[in-house]
Design a protein around this ligand. Sequence first.
Ligand code: KG4
Ligand code: ZN
Length: 340
Amino acid sequence: MSPARTVLGIESSCDETAAAVVHGGREVLASVVRSQVEEHAAWGGVVPEIAGRGHLQALVPVLQETLDAAGLGPRDLDAVAVTHRPGLLGSLLVGLSAAKALAWAWERPLVGVDHIQAHAYAALMSLEAWSFPYVTLIVSGGHTSLYRTESPLEHRLLGSTRDDAAGEALDKAAALLGLPYPGGPAIEKAGREGNPRAFPFKRPLLEPDSLEFSFSGLKTALLYTLKGPGGRREDPTRPEAASIPDLCASFEACVAETLARKCLRACDREGIDRILVGGGVARNLRLRRTLADLAAREGREVAFARPEHCTDNAVMVAGLGHALLEAGRVDDLLLDARAR
Ligand code: KG4
Ligand code: ZN
């Protein structure tokens, strides 16, 4: 085996500008995440033009802070890993251009990383030892998919969302409820004291053997609950304050249970007893509890990415970058950014 190497990771696919230095694919030497949430909150979601400009302003200071925190210079780094897909094109290009410039100037290999695979790697990083295969659930603002994972680099898609991602559904539900962006944490906070059975939203499990997801009907169900059938009632534009905790808890419970049941369905179909969960929504405590409970009842194990590694970060990019480097899968300076 080759000696463990030290990788600089760069992430700029959405609205977080992040850099990290990771040794041996596991040991975090430094990690800095600059979120643009405040800039986008006024618009109720991520605005691509604002995100691109934000990365341009933030990236150099974030890189400097990361290297300072690690106490390392270019000579101590073995490779530069960067998210090059999928994401907002203008945002990806900022991180990718910087990574290419550094790889060229420092004469180090450039390693292009897939953002979804990086979220899965974040979940693997929470485990002391790996035991493949796993069923992997990636749940974020842009993605909701199940995979069969054979190694850190091999993920076969089992099913994906037909419409909204789970995080997107939470973000849109929060907007309907008059709660701030991002909606996932806002709904979690507002629903903490609520009754998750107060509004029995139908779980969108689809056909009995389906490993796909669909959250757009749930969003409509919330709208009709708030504004009457057809969603046309003019007022109230805001639900009664008293019912917000129950609405949030019920909506969140529906999303959590749906995600959990699909994971177990995938385990049944693939004959696998171990589950990995990553992505921003994996931070959600109700999802963590629901899935852990249901899995335990069936004698199955679940590993979630650490909370700080669920939402976008560069630790997972540097970590997966190390695995790619070990496998000899490095890129040249012609590496492209791909939105999808
Ligand atoms: O992974 P991520 O940072 O970005 C994407 O790759 O999309 O995920 C962001 C998403 C947002 O939709 C946000 O509402 C959701 O993750 N999220 C949460 C929580 N924290 C972030 N959803 C539920 N509960 C949370 N605590
Ligand atoms: Zn992400």
